[in-house]
Design a protein around this ligand. Structure first.
Ligand SMILES: *Cc1c(COP(=O)(O)O)cnc(C)c1O
Length: 227
């Protein structure tokens, strides 16, 4: 199948859940992205700042660009003027810098806090315990140019669906607890970004509101192994 047929198929599968599709376009050309744009997709995700900047200037202005990959503080300023959401906020120092650059750009930037739910050591993110303690400290309240919109996580890369489901459930429970304890009166705190090509169906069953899907749409990437 080609990417537009894949998009139709996925959009149909997502419709019942109400979750939104983040079309992960990393490594793919502006021409490939434009095909999906012409088929109606407006929300795209990239994991590198330089690539995101290049594509943002080359493609239609009404694309909603999400940064889904690890973000270094010294690169925040390049995307602050336009990025629609940053999924990968994994420290207070990064949050501080996003707040500073958002203020300069005269905006409020929507962010998700990335939680480490996988068994692998290499993935970024807060531990659930760290995050709960930090939310409890109310330190996040001082950032006037950030909207904390929810949580993001990546499950372990494994065929063990029982494990993957348990990790998504843990993230969902953390989301519910934080929502109740700190964001009950904040309607913007409503996003749970979880699920990729291999595990998005489980993520949807466990309450994902944003699924980040690349290879199932565009085909396998040449960098698929290290991505
Ligand atoms: C690449 C990437 C995805 C999409 O991966 P696929 O397996 O191609 O769907 C999702 N989330 C993040 C953070 C990524 O870097």
């Amino acid at each position: 199948m080609n990417s537009t047929a894949n998009l139709t198929d996925l959009t149909r599968k997502l419709a019942a859940s109400g979750a939104r599709l983040v079309a992960v376009s990393k490594t793919h050309t502006p021409e490939e992205i434009l095909l999906l744009y012409q088929a109606g997709q407006r929300l795209f995700g990239e994991n590198r700042v330089q690539e995101l900047q290049d594509k943002q200037v080359a493609l239609p202005a009404d694309i909603e660009w999400h940064l889904i990959g690890h973000l270094q503080r010294n690169k925040v300023r390049f995307i602050a003027p336009f990025v629609a959401m940053i999924h990968s906020v994994d420290s207070e120092r990064l949050l501080e810098e996003i707040d500073r650059q958002a203020q300069k750009a005269g905006r409020v930037i929507p962010v998700l806090l990335q939680v480490h739910i996988a068994a692998e050591e290499t993935k970024f993110g807060w531990s659930p315990e760290e995050l709960q303690a930090w939310i409890g400290s109310e330190a996040w309240k001082k950032y006037a140019h950030i909207a904390i919109c929810g949580l993001m996580g990546m499950a372990t890369f494994t065929d063990n669906t029982v494990q993957v489901r348990a990790e998504f459930q843990r993230l969902r429970h953390l989301f519910d607890r934080i929502k109740q304890e700190a964001f009950a009166v904040k309607p913007e705190f409503r996003e749970l970004s979880m699920g990729m090509s291999a595990d998005y169906e489980i993520a949807l069953e466990e309450g994902a509101t944003l699924v980040r899907i690349g290879s199932l749409l565009f085909g396998e990437r040449s960098d698929a192994v290290k991505a």
